[in-house]
Design a protein around this ligand. Structure first.
Ligand SMILES: *Cc1c(COP(=O)(O)O)cnc(C)c1O
Length: 393
């Protein structure tokens, strides 16, 4: 037994209890509700890619520790993808690192680059692992809040600038942004780049939804802006792009110095992972353009279906420009507490959602917002929309 005077969980992590996803998924199971809480697809990715994984496993590729930086085939495919899509040239041997999902890329980058006491400026609401990883690195998070504006959520560039202090080490960006669906414009990214260069900041940019940008808009990698390539760690993942979230294949692209630093942390987290899946993802990244077009069009249609249903049920809907989430405001329904609303929703109408407040330090800022995932089969979304209509009545 341990001393009862001292809590088991250390001070750095004490504030991070069990994630809301566990609570809400359990609630979905108990009540038989449709789970639009956690963002995972209910249909697996392309058959050919699955077969590539089976083949790798059978032929003995990746069943033993793959190389620390990732298998050369995958690093070459990642570099090819960045070159083809964005005109960004990365050396597969020195500027690409394969990680165990974007989650490990985030953790390793923060653990490698943040000194205790450093401030990390991040867009609030944020993906839940950011706050925990900044804490594990001993950093201090400084949120810059995205606020409702013109039917979406917007970044206030003056607030961003004001958040940077002499102690700021890095900016942690996410575009397309989970949970708001915001896609930063070229002008916004240019302002971020100017600030980073002027204040000599590193940037970690989480671009796992790079292929889910709607309405003909384009995803612009921050690293493609002047002065940014050498100070930016760009994070990607096969989980979201190819609908294999269980495979946990992610990556970073960055300068040799940054990759070396991040690898120093990564090698002691998992060393390597996802052996056979690395071979399959190398093939996936070479799928024809039509795969990416269909993937985007399919999710855009699902966004439209769920958004229209939520609006009909009485929510204010913030139309997402990207990702597979739609954020709503519950105040038109006469509600103001997203937590209470989400805890009651499965019983009220058989749907599970996530209160955005969990993604905020300023909980009150996020209180009336609720997130629904639309990466589900059309029939499932149609049923959810039918059930949600009960709220309007
Ligand atoms: C899902 C998600 C991740 C995690 O990606 P994995 O590859 O599954 O580890 C990281 N960042 C954001 C914004 C996400 O939504």
């Amino acid at each position: 037994m341990t001393s009862s005077a001292r809590p088991l969980l250390n001070r750095r992590l004490a504030e991070f209890g069990t994630t809301i996803f566990a609570e809400m998924s359990a609630l979905a199971q108990q009540t038989g509700a449709i789970n639009l809480g956690q963002g995972f697809p209910d249909t697996d990715g392309p058959e050919a890619v699955r077969e590539a994984a089976v083949r790798a496993l059978r032929e003995g590729h990746g069943n033993q520790y793959p190389p620390g930086p990732g298998i050369p085939e995958l690093r070459t495919a990642i570099a090819g993808h960045q070159q083809r899509r964005y005109g960004l040239a990365y050396d597969p041997d020195r500027e690409v690192l394969v990680t165990v999902g974007a989650t490990e890329a985030i953790a390793a980058s923060l653990l490698a680059l943040v000194e205790p006491g450093d401030e990390v400026v991040a867009l609030e609401p944020y993906y839940d692992s950011y706050a925990a990883c900044i804490a594990m690195a001993g950093g201090t998070r400084v949120p810059v809040t995205l606020r409702p504006h013109a039917g979406g959520f917007a970044l206030d560039l003056d607030e961003l600038r004001a958040a940077v202090t002499p102690r700021t080490r890095l900016l942690l960006l996410n575009t397309p942004h989970n949970p708001t669906g915001t896609v930063l414009s070229r002008a916004e990214l240019a302002a971020v780049a100017e600030l980073a260069c002027e204040r000599d900041l590193l940037v970690i940019t989480d671009e796992v939804y790079e292929h889910l940008v709607f309405d003909g808009a384009e995803h612009i990698p921050l690293a493609s802006l002047p002065g940014m390539r050498e100070r930016t760690v760009t994070i990607g993942s096969a989980g979201k792009t190819f609908s294999f979230t269980g495979w946990k294949v992610g990556w970073i692209t960055a300068s040799p110095e940054l990759v070396t630093a991040v690898r120093s942390a990564k090698q002691f987290l998992t060393y390597v992972g996802s052996g056979p899946f690395q071979y399959a993802v190398a093939e996936a990244l070479r799928l024809p353009e039509s795969y990416f077009d269909d993937f985007r069009a399919d999710h855009q249609a699902k966004r439209d279906l769920l958004s229209a249903g939520l609006a009909a049920a009485g929510f204010e809907v913030f139309r997402p420009a990207g990702t597979y989430f739609v954020t709503t405001d519950i105040r038109p329904l006469g509600e103001s507490d997203g937590f209470a609303f989400c805890r009651a929703l499965p019983k009220r109408c058989g749907v599970v959602a996530i209160p955005n407040a969990v993604f905020y330090d300023h909980r009150e800022e996020g209180a009336p917002f609720v997130r629904f995932a639309f990466c589900k089969q059309t029939a499932v979304l149609e049923e959810a929309v039918t059930r949600l209509k009960a709220l309007a009545g």
